[in-house]
Write a protein that binds this ligand. Structure first.
Ligand SMILES: *[C@@H]1O[C@H](CO)[C@@H](O)[C@H](O)[C@H]1NC(C)=O
Ligand SMILES: *[C@@H]1O[C@H](CO)[C@@H](O)[C@H](O)[C@H]1NC(C)=O
Ligand SMILES: *[C@@H]1O[C@H](CO)[C@@H](O)[C@H](O)[C@H]1NC(C)=O
Length: 639
């Protein structure tokens, strides 16, 4: 527990705790978690691989996502369709065993058993046996029965036929002590939305994994793997209706790549996407789990100085919303301007910020119960009373505290001219009553942090951070001054603010911004629910905390909700949320804007292979009796 610098420092803990009741904080007792993607981990020379795994354990990651695919130095374990290389499966099995042993069972693995990029030879993933056979017609992989059968065989060989070298000959589909979940594929229809054809493939493969190969009975999750590639804030790329309707899908895997912008942090889109109780999270309640399987730092013109900030912002936003996540991705080579984070660097590099949010994730709370797939850690859950500030915002940044797009949990988390709404500092809308300069009186109050004086709402001062610099004669802040001390940035976790009694010295002498009353927060003025937080309703001109018929809850019999409207899934939704465009024919191509980062993150850069990589000497054919394949396929074919 720490007191962030700017506004909160000298207030009592009791005050803050009660104020926090008015926000969208997750209070459920389920654990969230964080993890890392590490494509090609299996290809490292064993002793170096163990060193890397030991470094990952230190970050408090709970999950490592691995890929079964080739790279420029290694073949796929199915080099030709229908032929399997046991040596490569042994190598993968060795990796599972090392993770299990070194982490003492604390880290589990999620496996992407195939990468859609391999069907096209895109994203530096070599064109594999399927790709050669498809010869460019990669969508046939999903719509042609022939390929579906081959793919089911691949999954069957990996998860049933292969006898684990390290786990007593058991099939991978039973190794729930080390495997948490399996993707149906990495990014099926990557970059293509709406799905043009073959959508039934999704549930067919999910059912094959869950029922046919027995993942269900072994408590290993079936994960969608980031359908159609990158998710946008208002789109449904990663969760089309076919996913919700498929009982074999346990987890919706979301892949999103968001860059820091002028008016938002890299974490702001995540904060919006997972507003508790919105269409997505409300629909998932008690039905599906949600996992951000891939997110990344995206380089911008501002440059790499902002990498740590952007990593913390995103992890922090996901932790605050209680959505587990997996960073994409770790490497042991150079980072350059890529999203990659080198696991072997010192903590003042990007890995420091990533380890920080990973550690926080391990005690973050979630509305979703993951205990079936990942046991809760022995450490308890966080009792944070304030949202952690981002300590990685560079000092030269134009704004270090409470800026537009920053996360907030109360009015004092934002600059005085912004409103903390839905956990984001945002400019006031024209329609917002009680703004600075608006007329006010006893019946027409101002925003809670503003004072009504002479009939109008007054501008207020934020509490200033105490600066420690030396107050001798020459206290100018310059590099020549021997007494010079760097100013304390507003986001400094060591900072403190001036007590309210010091206000007289401030110029101009404005009053300080109020904090909402601890015990009976009055609520901001409103004309409708859109002016309020998503979990509030507008009650006779004031935002009030909603306790029934509220966001995320089932609508009442008459389809009525207090917070917003009753959505098509029978749950109360937020009035301020733009309607999601469903299904084909909508504004389907709106994804291009965010496509920049598509799958880019799982590139296999040159030279990532290291050490004696020559485990494979020759391909080995696994003979699967034809009838058996057919039987499994038939049992699973529901679509
Ligand atoms: C944990 O998550 C489940 C949903 O999976 C929810 O029903 C339950 O209330 C949560 N537990 C607590 C203690 O909040
Ligand atoms: C999560 O679900 C398990 C059963 O799957 C249950 O034992 C546990 O109490 C739940 N945890 C919470 C915090 O609700
Ligand atoms: C966390 O907060 C809850 C609710 O205020 C309280 O009951 C619990 O004792 C606190 N736990 C810790 C470890 O402080």
């Amino acid at each position: 527990m720490h007191f962030p610098g700017a506004l909160a420092s000298l207030l009592s803990l009791a005050t803050l705790t009660s104020v926090a009741l008015g926000d969208l904080r997750i209070t459920a007792d389920n654990h969230s978690f964080g993890g890392v993607n590490f494509p090609q981990l299996q290809f490292l020379e064993p002793s170096y691989r163990e060193e890397v795994i030991r470094a990952i354990v230190k970050t408090n990651a709970r999950v490592i996502r691995l890929f079964i695919r080739g790279d420029e130095h290694h073949a796929d374990p199915e080099p030709e369709v229908g032929e399997f290389d046991r040596a490569l499966l042994n190598q993968f099995d060795d990796t599972l065993a090392a993770i299990h042993r070194i982490s003492e069972g604390k880290i589990k693995v999620i496996i992407a058993p195939h990468d859609a990029h391999a069907l096209r030879g895109s994203n530096n993933v070599p064109c594999d046996g399927y790709c050669k056979r498809l010869n460019g017609a990669f969508l046939d992989f999903y719509s042609q029965e022939e390929y579906r059968t081959y793919y089911k065989t691949r999954l069957e060989v990996f998860f049933r036929h292969y006898a684990s070298k390290n786990f007593g000959g058991r099939p991978w589909s039973e190794l729930s002590e080390v495997i948490s979940g399996i993707d149906i594929q990495n990014e099926p229809w990557s970059g293509i939305w709406p799905i043009p054809a073959g959508e039934a493939w999704l549930c067919d493969i999910a059912t094959h994994l869950k029922d046919g190969l027995g993942l269900g009975e072994n408590n290993i999750a079936v994960i969608t793997g980031g359908i159609s590639g990158p998710q946008t804030v208002d789109g449904i790329q990663n969760f089309p209706d076919s996913v919700w309707d498929c009982p074999a899908v346990d987890v919706i895997g979301i892949h999103g790549y968001f860059a820091q912008g002028e008016e938002e942090t890299a974490g702001t889109p995540w904060t919006k996407l997972f507003l508790p109780g919105n269409t997505l999270t409300g629909r998932a309640t008690d039905k599906k789990l949600i996992l951000v399987e891939e997110w990344s730092y995206m380089n911008t013109d501002s440059g790499l100085n902002y990498k740590k900030q952007a990593i913390f912002d995103q992890g922090n936003a996901l932790n605050y919303r209680g959505i587990p996540w997996i960073y994409s991705h770790l490497t042991f080579t150079d980072e350059g301007t890529t999203s990659k984070v080198s696991i072997m660097r010192e903590s003042n590099f990007a890995i420091g910020a990533l380890s920080d949010v990973l550690t926080r994730a391990s005690s973050a709370r979630s509305n979703f119960n993951w205990s079936k797939y990942l046991p809760a850690p022995s450490e308890g859950l966080t009792n944070l009373t304030t949202l952690p500030l981002n300590p990685y915002i560079p000092e030269q940044s134009s704004c270090t505290f409470g800026c537009e797009g920053h996360l907030c949990d109360a009015a004092d988390g934002c600059r005085p001219n912004l409103l903390c709404k839905n956990s984001i500092c945002q400019p006031l809308s024209e329609s917002q009553p009680g703004k600075v300069g608006d007329a006010c009186n006893s019946k027409k109050p101002c925003l809670e942090h503003l004072k009504c004086a002479s009939g109008s709402c007054q501008l207020c001062n934020e509490r200033a951070t105490i600066q420690p610099w030396d107050r001798r004669k020459d206290n100018t802040y310059s590099s020549h001054n021997p007494f010079r001390r760097d100013p304390i940035a507003a986001n400094s976790i060591a900072g403190q603010c001036h007590p309210d009694t010091a206000n007289a010295f401030l110029t101009p002498p404005r009053s300080l911004c109020y904090l909402p009353s601890a015990h009976s927060p009055r609520g901001n003025p409103c004309t409708n629910a859109k002016n309020c937080d998503a979990d509030q309703y507008c009650d006779w001109g004031l935002c009030k905390r909603c306790t029934e018929g509220c966001l995320g809850m089932k609508c009442r019999n008459n389809n009525k909700c207090k917070t917003g409207f009753c959505n098509t899934h029978g749950r109360c939704d937020y009035a301020g949320k733009a309607k999601a465009v469903m299904g084909p024919g909508g504004q389907g191509r709106a994804t291009t804007k965010n496509r920049k980062g598509a799958g880019y993150n799982l590139n296999a850069p040159k030279g990532e292979g290291r050490g004696p990589n020559k485990v494979r000497d020759e391909a080995m054919r696994v003979n699967i009796p034809k009838e058996e394949v057919v039987a499994t396929g038939a049992a699973a074919a529901t679509a």
